[in-house]
Design a protein around this ligand. Structure first.
Ligand SMILES: CC(=O)N[C@H]1[C@@H](OP(=O)(O)OP(=O)(O)OC[C@H]2O[C@@H](n3ccc(=O)[nH]c3=O)[C@H](O)[C@@H]2O)O[C@H](CO)[C@@H](O)[C@@H]1O[C@H](C)C(=O)N[C@@H](C)C(=O)N[C@H](CCC(=O)O)C(=O)O
Ligand SMILES: Nc1ncnc2c1ncn2[C@@H]1O[C@H](COP(=O)(O)OP(=O)(O)OP(=O)(O)O)[C@@H](O)[C@H]1O
Ligand SMILES: N[C@H](CCC[C@H](N)C(=O)O)C(=O)O
Ligand SMILES: [Mg+2]
Length: 494
């Protein structure tokens, strides 16, 4: 949007000082401020952005958006400057609105999905369904922007300036439909508050991110913000009512006057999963919509993927598509990258799956989901990330021990931490497991352990392409390593 100029009024902002300025761009990081920019000085987790107002003014900022605390920090510099000052009670929300107005366009039909697990899967299936229906569609989140427009993303839910830049680019490229992930960080930081949603989805609520959210209740409240705040009253809420917190979420949506489509096995579900039969390459699913039964074959591994598919179908129906046409697309859905993905097969027929399970619940779910597809033993490779929720580590080990026949504990992005300490914490939950720090060697050992009919689940990294150790990112791809291991043990190409 270079060359564009807008007034504060056009960005939905009112300057406290009443100064008229022309804004030439937006920045949330003082180091990116250019002449005429609006700098949003946000309260941070480490430091208040107000500390950087002086720097931003030196860089030529024409306006500063902050809260009362930020304005106090830089009171002297602001008084001496001609820049406009906007003090907002919630500057992150004000920034989200301003970013939406600055970029000015988004795909006409948008949905967002929140929940501890399943966001990427549901967003991707939603895009697959729309694409099958002939729409130019994208999904946007952990795996980047995928579909009719492609771009990498550093975050699951990007901060508003990046988010709206991408949405504008999608709209300019002709994208009419977008399904985005709403992470709890993104929701609590109001990153998607400027997005116009037609429908929103809730998958489930289990433990994660207790490093960021002080309590479970705070974590739930962040997710609930999608229905309580971001989705408008005329929006459609598509909610997994099997989750213990699903009813709470549905109550919040109903309170706002939103239409609720309940998804799940529960008899009162509008979109109800009735039965599943698993085989080596997928599953037969029987479900009903408002009482009418349907049968489809999904070429997908894992019972929970059927729940994700139904949630995606609910979102597409919630956006106004005909349900019968939506259900016709389901047999054509593809595997989501790094989610229960068949990565390699040994000469003896044993299968190696890669999955992004990185929470205790996801490890248990992924292993339980594989069981009915597997005749023999189930081997699991798990590890926990550094600089993340430490309390989940032994629980992840325990989930692996309880649901696999053999467990190997390895490294998964130790980041700034000592990898041996992380492995030890995981091992507390699975004392019988083998400990193999080097992930490539762990995969080789896991593959080597497979007899006919067995399967290996490599959990934790999914689509990731690197192993982060300290500040270094070493190229590492679980799918590729699975093939390398099979080739090394069985000879030839996997
Ligand atoms: C923990 C967290 O979410 N942090 C986000 C937060 O930064 P912060 O509050 O920690 O920032 P801070 O370092 O205290 O600095 C405060 C403010 O000063 C600004 N600053 C800082 C230094 C400087 O020189 N100049 C300057 O202007 C910063 O841009 C910031 O706005 O606000 C920043 C600006 O909006 C975000 O970029 C940053 O995301 C960081 C990069 C991040 O890694 N977040 C991760 C944890 C995240 O959001 N993950 C979720 C997925 C989680 C999941 O479901 O698995 C995601 O949606 O990706
Ligand atoms: N509906 C579900 N219920 C429970 N577990 C699930 C469900 N869907 C996916 N999972 C598990 O969670 C893992 C992550 O799935 P996915 O990437 O779709 O979730 P996500 O919410 O986007 O995760 P992230 O928060 O890291 O972006 C999967 O690899 C799988 O193991
Ligand atoms: N979005 C998640 C991804 C975790 C993936 C896992 N490989 C790890 O590094 O812990 C997080 O940043 O907590
Ligand atoms: Mg995701």
């Amino acid at each position: 949007m270079s060359g564009q100029v807008k007034t504060l009024g056009e960005l939905g902002l009112t300057a406290q000082s009443g100064r008229m300025v022309q804004i030439t761009g937006l920045a949330v990081d003082s180091r990116l401020v250019k002449d005429g920019f609006l700098f949003a000085a946000l309260p941070g987790t480490k430091v208040h952005g107000g500390e950087f107002i002086q720097y931003a003014l030196r860089m030529g900022a024409a306006a500063i958006l902050t809260d009362a605390a930020g304005a106090r920090i830089a009171a002297a510099e602001l008084a001496a400057s001609s820049a406009a000052l906007i003090v907002a009670e919630d500057p992150r929300q004000a920034l989200a609105g301003a970013a939406a107005l600055w970029f000015g366009a988004q795909p006409a039909t948008m949905v967002a999905v929140t929940g501890t697990n399943g966001k990427t899967s549901v967003a991707t299936f939603t895009r697959h369904i729309w694409t099958e229906l002939g729409h130019a569609a994208v999904n946007l989140g952990t795996t980047g922007v995928e579909g009719a427009y492609e771009a990498p993303l550093a975050h699951t839910t990007p901060e508003p300036i990046t988010l709206h830049r991408i949405l504008r680019a999608c709209a300019d490229a002709g994208v009419t439909h977008a399904a985005m992930e709403a992470s709890s960080h993104g929701l609590s930081q109001r990153r998607l508050d400027g997005v116009q949603l037609t429908a929103a989805g809730f998958t489930n609520f289990t433990q994660d991110h207790l490093d960021y959210h002080a309590t479970f209740d705070e974590y739930f409240a962040a997710k609930a913000g999608l229905f309580a705040r971001v989705l408008p009253e005329e929006g459609v809420a598509v909610i997994n009512i099997d989750d213990p917190r699903g009813q709470d979420m549905a109550a919040i949506a109903l309170d706002r006057g939103q239409q609720v489509i309940g998804v799940g096995r529960a008899p009162r579900a509008d979109l109800r999963l009735l039965a599943q039969r698993f085989d080596a390459t997928g599953q037969e699913v029987r479900f009903s919509f408002h009482g009418k039964a349907h049968n489809v074959r999904l070429p997908l591994i894992g019972g929970f993927q059927a729940e994700n598919v139904l949630l995606a179908a609910g979102l597409v129906i919630g956006c106004g598509e005909d349900s019968a046409r939506v259900f016709e697309t389901l047999p054509h859905l593809g595997t989501v990258r790094g989610r229960m993905q068949l990565a390699a097969t040994r000469a003896n027929g044993a299968a190696v799956f890669v999955d992004y399970a990185h929470t205790p619940d996801a490890v248990a779910t992924a292993l339980k989901a594989l069981r009915p597809h597997v005749m023999g033993r189930l081997v699991a490779i798990v590890g926990a990330g550094g600089d993340r929720d430490t309390t989940k580590r032994p629980l992840m080990g325990q989930a692996a021990a309880e649901n696999a026949d053999l467990v190997i504990v390895t490294d998964d992005n130790p980041r700034s931490e000592d990898p041996a300490v992380i492995r030890q914490a995981v091992m507390l939950g699975c004392p019988e497991a083998s400990e193999v720090g080097d992930r490539a060697e762990a995969i080789l050992r896991g593959v080597d352990a497979l007899g006919p009919g067995d399967a290996l689940l490599i959990a934790g990294k999914g689509h990731e392409s690197g192993q982060t150790v300290g500040d270094d990112v070493f190229p590492f791809d679980d799918v590729e390593q699975a093939s390398v291991a099979v080739a090394a043990l069985d000879g030839g190409l996997a």
